[in-house]
Ligand binder design. Structure first.
Ligand SMILES: Nc1nc2c(ncn2[C@@H]2O[C@H](COP(=O)(O)OP(=O)(O)OP(=O)(O)O)[C@@H](O)[C@H]2O)c(=O)[nH]1
Ligand SMILES: [Mg+2]
Length: 659
């Protein structure tokens, strides 16, 4: 099967194009660094089955971060049959740099001139035929978001696969001095054939540019001494300079017309990136997002809650077998109902997040936060993983791949579990709803998010001081343009992220709920069918762990529920639902009528749920992305910190006379 790789600078629309070609639905976002792994898909054209690979964005072959290395290695080592270089038409000159590199590597390049719509909107005129003529590769204008030009692109890919040429490919002349050195290295290479690389000239250039990946392969070899003599920083600089020169010359010939206008992006950035107002604006937007999430979703949640109590009551009155009736009503309906009630707020949160993301605002937040974060030993790029972590810590941790410096990356991963992911939201909503009222409930939940960020920043400072001494590496983030978010894309994003919540609820939260039901109603005679829960198996377990949570003033049930949160934090809600044995009244009211929590202990419990122990999914991704010892350290510090913060909250509360 033929392999086609999608390559290009970050945030030029590669994934959007990939989705168009394959009909898949990979995550697209308006900021650089969305894709951090390679993703595969398929389509067929002209009877040919074609395998398409979407790659993370790169600027060149000098790669530092993990995501960039993945892209480079794929292009260089796997040598796809065709490389589609996606270019942002509005940013032609800079994007040309990578195009030149790809052509130079001998790849079979097809250029997709993407964002064609925006270029037109801005009154830019690009001479596509001239572009093809100068570079000697096919060029197809595309608009990935609407699908314009995709058929032509498929056709161009097909022709390239069949070996059809578009004239002579551009060859860069680096000038006498550099060319001599290239020839010299090519001679050395003849003696130690390097297989698996594009061409001797390419390897020679990579050597002269001091590409560490290639140099390290020669260091061990016989010819290292000869090669070392030829290395010279000035030469490396000259090569890059020559390419830039060519880029601007080419761009000047290709772009026929360009108007300098003050774009909407410039105007909005004066507001959102404002030195003083930037952060208050972000806090306000965050607050508005939560208010929207809760007020909009409340009626839907109430509906779901009513539905499950109704279902439970029907089961109770219609199933004659007591055990079975209890299983359906108290186990499945009460447990699952208590989790599913949170589908509406979670979907609303994801909807709001995707609007912020697609509009281009999210990348600005990272930019605004950078100044503060760097003071706390956090890398500016760490803010993207933090923002992604609000949805789920798993992709949040993956997003840290874009951070070049290893210690910056590890710190970013280690603090990510403190970012309040959407799975915690149900727990806050349940407890805040039961012990606080109206606006205080909203404020209590908002404060969890702020507490999460604050602790994350403080922990980063501490980790930097204790474990990873040294400076924060510099930060360059390319700001995307603002766009009007499209309702349909936002809904697709919301669904793609939110469906995991449904899948989890349908699978292991369901199992957890059944286990808890079983443990809380058996031995059947002793518990009188769950009515005397103190005699159940789960109570036996509860009494063992009770002393641990006693000082915090939490009932054994509340303490026990925490253990089920290891699997997924939303299981805590299912566990509380089952342990309350909420019959008909809904889990909110049941908790409000119980004496499990006072406002103070409830608030401390929320903070504990935020901080303690990352869930198993987060643990497994941490194990994959960093060394075991850092993962263990993260587990240890989160558990200790959870106790410490919960105690602090209650202690301070007591000082203020709260009980
Ligand atoms: N107007 C317009 N927007 C586009 C076009 N192609 C992509 N976009 C938008 O540009 C943004 C970036 O798209 P992605 O497909 O995520 O970009 P990417 O190149 O995969 O980015 P990374 O994975 O971060 O390297 C998204 O908001 C897209 O919806 C286009 O042709 N026109
Ligand atoms: Mg992408």
């Amino acid at each position: 099967m033929k392999v086609v790789a999608i390559v290009g600078n970050p945030n030029v629309g590669k994934t959007e194009l990939f989705n168009r070609l394959t009909g898949l639905n990979q995550h697209v976002g308006n900021w650089p660094g969305v894709t951090v792994e390679k993703k595969e898909g398929k389509y067929s054209y002209g009877g040919e089955e074609i395998n398409v690979i979407d790659l993370p964005g790169i600027y060149g072959f000098t790669t530092r971060s993990i995501d960039e290395k993945i892209a480079k290695n794929f292009i260089v080592k796997n040598r796809p049959d065709v490389v589609v270089d996606v270019i942002d038409s509005t940013n032609l000159e800079r994007n040309l740099y990578l195009a030149l590199l790809l052509i130079e590597s001998g790849a079979n390049v097809v250029i997709a001139l993407n964002m064609w719509d925006i270029a037109k909107e801005r009154g830019m005129e690009i001479d596509v035929r001239r572009f093809e003529g100068l570079l000697g590769v096919p060029v197809v204008p595309t608009v990935a978001t609407t699908g314009e030009g995709i058929e032509e692109l498929k056709k161009a890919i097909f022709r390239a696969l069949k070996g059809k040429k578009k004239g002579k490919k551009i060859k860069i002349d680096y000038g006498h001095e550099v060319e001599e050195k290239i020839k010299h290295i090519e001679k050395i290479l003849e003696r130690c054939r390097k297989d698996g690389y594009p061409s001797p000239r390419w390897v020679a250039l990579r050597i002269l540019e001091e590409d560490e990946d290639i140099l390290s392969e020669f260091r061990k070899g016989n010819y290292w001494k000869d090669i070392e003599k030829l290395l010279d920083e000035r030469i490396a600089g000259k090569i890059v300079e020559k390419r830039y020169e060519l880029c601007s010359k080419l761009a000047a010939e290709i772009i026929k017309e360009k108007k300098e206008v003050k774009t909407l992006t410039d105007i909005l950035d004066e507001i959102f990136l404002h030195k003083v107002l930037g952060i208050p604006i972000f806090m306000a937007i965050l607050y508005a997002m939560f208010q929207f999430t809760f007020s909009f979703s409340a009626p839907f949640s109430d509906g779901i809650s009513l539905f499950f109590s109704w279902l439970g009551n029907i089961a109770k009155s219609n199933i004659s077998n007591e055990v079975l009736a209890s299983f359906v009503a108290d186990g499945i309906c009460a447990g699952l109902g208590s989790v599913l009630v949170f589908v509406p707020p979670i979907f609303c949160l994801f909807f709001a997040l995707s609007i912020l993301e697609d509009s281009g605002y999210l990348a600005r937040v990272a930019f605004v936060m950078e100044k503060i974060l760097s003071k706390f030993g956090l890398h500016g790029k760490s803010f993207i993983p933090i923002l992604v972590g609000f949805g789920c810590n798993v992709p949040g941790i993956m997003a840290a791949r874009t951070i070049e410096n290893e210690s910056d990356r590890i710190i970013t991963i280690m603090i990510n579990p403190l970012i309040s992911c959407s799975a915690r939201l149900p727990v806050y909503a349940l407890i805040a709803g039961a012990v606080f009222h109206g606006y205080t409930a909203g404020a209590a939940i908002y404060s969890m998010y702020v507490l999460g960020i604050t602790l994350a920043v403080l922990m980063a400072l501490l980790l930097r001081k204790l474990l990873f001494k040294g400076e924060v590496s510099p930060f360059i983030l390319e700001l995307p343009r603002y766009t009007k978010p499209k309702l349909s894309t936002s809904i697709i994003h919301m669904w793609n992220r939110g469906k995991w919540f449904l899948i989890k609820a349908g699978t292991f939260i369901f199992i957890v709920v059944i286990i808890i039901w079983f443990l809380s109603v058996f031995p059947w005679e002793a518990t009188n069918g769950g009515k005397i829960i103190e005699n159940s198996y789960i109570a036996m377990f509860g009494r063992i762990v009770e002393p641990v949570f006693k000082p915090l003033g939490w009932s054994w049930q509340a303490g026990t529920a925490l253990f089920f949160g290891f699997l997924a934090k939303e299981s805590i809600v299912g566990a509380i639902g089952a342990l309350l044995g909420a019959e008909g009244e809904g889990v909110y009211n049941a908790l409000a009528n119980s004496n499990w929590f006072t406002p103070l202990t409830g608030f401390a419990y929320m903070a504990f749920v935020l901080i303690y122990f990352p869930c198993v999914a987060t643990l497994s991704v941490m194990l994959r992305e960093m060394k075991l010892k850092y993962t263990l350290l993260t587990v240890a510090y989160t558990v200790l910190l959870a106790f410490a913060v919960a105690f602090m909250i209650e202690f301070i509360g007591h000082l203020f006379g709260l009980s």
